[in-house]
Write a protein that binds this ligand. Sequence first.
Ligand code: NAD
Ligand code: MG
Length: 393
Amino acid sequence: MKRLAILGATGSIGASTLDVVARHPERFEVVAITGNQRADILFQQCLRHRPRYAVIGEPAQAKALQEKLRAAGVATEVLAGASALEMVASLPEVDTVMAAIVGAAGLAPTLAAVCAGKRVLLANKEALVMGGALFMAEVRKHRAILLPIDSEHNAVFQSLPPDYASDPTRAGIQHIWLTASGGPFRTTPRERLQRVSPEEACAHPNWSMGRKISVDSATLMNKGLEVIEAHWLFNLPAQAIRVVVHPQSVVHALVQYVDGSVLAQLSNPDMRTPIAHALAWPERIEAGVTALDLPTLASLEFSEPDYARFPCLSLAYQALEAGGSAPAILNAANEIAVAAFLERRLPFLAIHDVIAETLGALVGRPVKHLADVMAVDAEARSIAQAAVERRRC
Ligand code: NAD
Ligand code: MG
């Protein structure tokens, strides 16, 4: 029996995780779930999964939810705020933590799970982008098990030899390919991109996801964040991590070996596949996902990304090469710019400009502690906010 804490349970990954968990009640027990604001969803999830703890953003919301649950005869204890997230992520009775909070808010609780030596299922890529060196050092120090949920990284993980982590040099990897669907604007001309709306940006052709990652997919910054994520997860240099556009989202990643072999993982685009893989690893369990029917796939296409129309991807490679605090600056500026775009305060193409300006305004420095990362994050956010104001639409 695995005992789970699901950080970000009310989101898209959280809901898919609970869906897989509910298919295997003999294997999984939900000890804690968290959500920032959606008390209605959290209430329903408590009714269904009866966790010991639920965490919500504000104390007032916690009080109301606690009363509602008590009236419904549910014994879940409701807590509030960031410290409660860290507490449930490191509970002794929890062995597995799904890290599915979006953005920088996920870093501290995910790191708390790592420092408690948990098995950490990592969806929250921003945590690794912001504090990769520090994060991986804590994974090693506390012997946490880190399993990737991001479909591309989960696919790479599945296509690597099982002993890869113990000696990466023996594996003979030339490079890996992360596939990108190209997002909703794959074929949209640049002139038109100036005027696209949040609704258009969030209408992803293949995946149903939260709004922030949907915009990241539309700018291709998502793939950029994933390049940085892959660097830390698989200990590969930037030039060994390549991106290929694959509109069908069936091949999730490929590993090119020195002998000419290429190993890949294929599945229908449904996050329950990587979630089930990581939940049960090294076993396999049913995920509720429709099997891939090869004869009905008309074609699988691959092409180079268009770096001119999607310059955010280049910014991410640059930040990775620069190292130190640069990826944290990139991430913070991106979060500010994407939030402004979603609130219709910033045009789509200006997302890139805000990030580039913020990266240019700050001198990179080494980041050794969580406090260093959070300081860089705060500084980059205020510069990015000012850059947004100047471009306000
Ligand atoms: P989402 O917006 O649907 O859900 C986000 C979750 O985080 C919610 O539960 C929300 O309440 C919580 N949250 C947001 N802000 C918070 C805060 N300040 N404090 C505490 N909790 C907070 O997002 P999602 O699509 O489920 O993505 C979650 C993470 O997984 C992201 O890092 C994303 O990049 C990654 N990811 C998602 C997918 C996908 O298919 N959705 C695929 C790969 C990776
Ligand atoms: Mg992905």
